[in-house]
Design a protein around this ligand. Structure first.
Ligand SMILES: NC(=O)N[C@@H](CC(=O)O)C(=O)O
Ligand SMILES: [Zn+2]
Ligand SMILES: [Zn+2]
Length: 446
């Protein structure tokens, strides 16, 4: 088997170190790496100046297969993920058919394994058909080959408090987590964008912050009541950050995610009437952006998740009100976190490794190793890692991205931080910023 010697990589942004990868694992670090017998035949990867991070893990990706292969497939979306530095993604359940049975989650898991770009961990639906009335077969999905641990009706809110309570109780049996799309449906009927000064001025129906905050407040209390893990998807308001901060101080087992777009963009962009900026939850105000940045920096918000939501031209190239909600994000996520948090001095690379790898891996229960304990990149750990040029400036070209859909809101924008290489179990899926080949080794290491 080929071994790879990464020369002079800065582990988590530290001093330059050599890293030897082989047999799917990190074989050696530092001076011993180059001296190791197994390094003599290694392929050398020049990594001077590059930061080595543990392979990124996305807890929230829409891969659209089965059902909307015109927007994305497991193969196209996971190739985009590898180019974005990811080695694992959680595939959301709002497919067609919905991933609400063991059969569908196993299908998605197999498609991911066959594609070989990243590990695909299917998310199971909470309710049958995402309809919000009957609990899906959570246990069967958990016990399937896909080993589902994250359950979500994402795209829809589990608004019935009794169903939410039952789901929280049920997933305890297999250490699962319910990931809530927090949106009070009655408060957001017909809503098109954040409710505020801009919505009033442009004349689009408003989506009040309270529609998100009311559900999060209810759900943290439910999680406390039943003693079960709750995860809050794509939190977007200052008030939501306050509620999570309060809940954590109280010891409630809640985790929260923010998307790159909610860390960067605001509702001012709706003035363009360009549906590229139409997303659920909506882009909020400057004050909200500042609150989610502060919440991420102080650990109130646990992770960054992309909510990569590819849509076809037919679904996006139309007037605002008719367009689908969602934007792509796998290939720009790391650069936005770098630009907004690292270059700005609010987070270091160890923090990036936490919010984009170890914390999402732990929430999704996808491995029990050092990475999940927050100590990635140790000898013996799976060789899932990403090399980033921390200073590279690049301009986003929608046509140059690998996703099958082009609905990125960042076209023409200059970002800092570029993925140069991604390794999945010791094999490169990306080298020199280009996709190499998938890893077809039938799954995880023993
Ligand atoms: N985020 C979005 O705007 N859209 C998502 C659904 C979701 O994440 O709620 C989608 O599936 O398109
Ligand atoms: Zn959602
Ligand atoms: Zn989503």
């Amino acid at each position: 088997m080929t071994t790879y010697l990464l020369c002079g990589a800065r582990l988590l942004g530290g001093a330059p170190t050599d890293v030897l990868l082989g047999e799917g694992r990190i074989l050696a670090l530092g001076a011993s790496a180059a001296e190791d017998d197994r390094a003599s035949s290694a392929e050398v990867v020049e990594a001077a100046g590059l930061v080595a991070l543990p392979g990124l893990v996305d807890l929230h990706t829409h891969l659209r297969e089965p059902g909307r292969e015109d927007a994305e497939t497991v193969a196209s979306g996971t190739r985009a993920a590898a180019l974005g530095g990811f080695t694992a993604v959680h595939a959301m359940a709002n497919t067609s058919p919905v991933a609400d049975t063991a059969g569908v989650v196993e299908q998605v898991w197999r498609l991911g394994r066959d594609a070989g770009w990243v590990d695909v961990h299917p998310v199971g639906a909470v309710s049958v058909g995402l309809a919000g009335t009957h609990l899906a077969e959570l246990g069967a999905m958990a016990n399937s080959a896909a080993r589902v641990r994250v359950f979500s009706d994402d795209g829809h809110c589990v608004d019935d408090p009794v169903l939410m309570r039952r789901a929280l109780e049920y997933v305890k049996a297999f250490d699962g987590v319910v990931a809530q799309h927090a949106q009070e449906p009655r408060l957001t009927q017909g809503a098109q964008m954040h409710e505020g000064i801009v919505s009033a001025e442009v004349g689009l129906a408003g989506w009040p912050a309270v529609a998100e905050e009311a559900i999060i407040a209810r759900d943290v209390l439910l999680a406390e009541h039943v003693g079960s893990r709750l995860h809050v998807c794509h939190l977007s308001t200052a008030g939501s950050v306050e509620i999570i901060r309060w809940a954590k101080a109280r010891g409630i087992p809640v985790t929260a995610e923010v998307t790159p777009h909610h860390l960067l963009l605001t509702d001012e962009l709706a003035r363009t009437y360009d549906p590229l900026y139409k997303v659920n939850p909506p882009l909020r105000t400057d004050a909200d952006v500042e609150a989610v940045r502060a919440g991420l920096a102080d650990g109130t918000i646990d992770i960054v998740a992309t909510d990569h939501a590819p849509h076809t031209r037919e679904d996006k190239d139309c007037e605002w009100a008719a367009a689908a909600f969602g934007m792509t994000g796998l290939e720009t996520a790391l650069a936005i976190v770098t630009s907004v948090m690292v270059t700005a001095g609010r987070m270091d690379w160890a923090d990036v490794a936490r919010v984009l790898s170890s914390a999402p891996a732990r929430i999704g229960r996808i491995d029990q190793g050092e990475r999940a304990q927050g100590r990635p990149l140790e000898v013996g750990e799976p060789a899932n890692l990403t090399l980033v040029d921390p200073d590279a400036r690049w301009t986003v070209d929608p046509a140059g991205l690998a996703s099958a859909s082009t609905n990125t809101p960042y076209g023409g924008r200059e970002l800092v931080g570029q993925v140069r290489a991604t390794f999945l179990r010791g094999r490169p899926t990306v080298l020199d910023g280009l996709a190499v080949e998938p890893v077809r080794d039938a799954g995880a290491l023993p």
